[in-house]
Design a protein around this ligand. Structure first.
Ligand code: 6GU
Length: 232
């Protein structure tokens, strides 16, 4: 799977993605990333990519032309017309099911805006998915694009070193994870729950399931309600 990111800050994306699990996945060729600097596609001799908003108001608006020329270059390179995800607080809020759906795509283009946004006409022309990562305002789409790429990449087979961790996760789907412990058996005056030391796999499974349910009910009553409805 290949991600293309259209941005004015390609180094921000590259720096963020070249580390940790995703960095390894890219070295192993499991996922590919290509950032495109929108500024490289302007025809303006001063490399300008933004202008004042028609109708007035604060801030600058990213021009349609460099964004569209950048998009066309990516489509030619990809040999298809990929989905274009525009990162915007006005989009649908990103969730796990969306990550699953996007993990099946061959190519995805992420379009990162800045300033007061992008000329609406190019958005109408190219954007297939408007996506937000939550109800708060960020300065640009780069961090949201990285959040989405992380969530999608970990669903690509081979990206997680732990073979069954995606599997386990979907087993208890809709619930929060149970608590984890490692050595020593006692620290800060607190013991590891007895059952985890028992070697009794069925009891351990039951305990973890109960912990997941309790935790979801206490911390995310919204998710718990949904889980109950789906598991009646
Ligand atoms: Cl996708 N973009 C910006 N600028 N702010 C956000 C967001 C996206 N999602 C939440 N806040």
């Amino acid at each position: 799977m290949k991600y293309y990111v259209m941005t004015l800050f390609p180094e921000m994306i590259e720096e963020g993605m070249n580390t940790s699990i995703l960095g390894r996945a890219m070295k192993e060729g499991l996922i590919e990333l290509e950032t495109k600097n929108i500024r490289d596609y302007t025809l303006d001799k001063h490399l300008k990519v933004d202008d004042y908003p028609y109708g007035g108001g604060a801030g600058m608006v990213m021009e349609a032309e460099p964004v569209y020329r950048c998009y066309e270059a990516i489509c030619s390179e990809a040999g298809e017309i990929p989905r274009v995800v525009y990162l915007t607080p006005q989009g649908s809020v990103f969730h796990q099911e969306m990550a699953k759906e996007l993990a099946a795509e061959e190519n995805i283009i992420f379009l990162c805006g800045h300033y007061e946004g992008i000329d609406e006409r190019v958005l109408e022309e190219i954007v297939t998915d408007n996506v937000s990562i939550g109800d708060y305002v960020l300065t640009g789409g780069e961090l949201p694009a990285m959040v989405m790429m992380d969530a999608i990449a970990r669903l690509v087979p081979g990206v997680l070193n732990n073979e069954d961790s995606v599997e386990t996760e979907s087993f208890s789907e809709g619930l929060l994870e149970y608590p984890q412990y490692t050595r020593p058996t006692e620290i800060l005056g607190r013991e590891v729950p007895e059952v985890l030391l028992s070697g009794h796999h069925e009891n351990i499974r039951k305990w973890r399931q109960e912990q997941s349910e309790q935790r979801t009910r206490d911390r995310r009553p919204d998710l718990y309600k949904k889980w109950l409805e789906e598991n009646l």
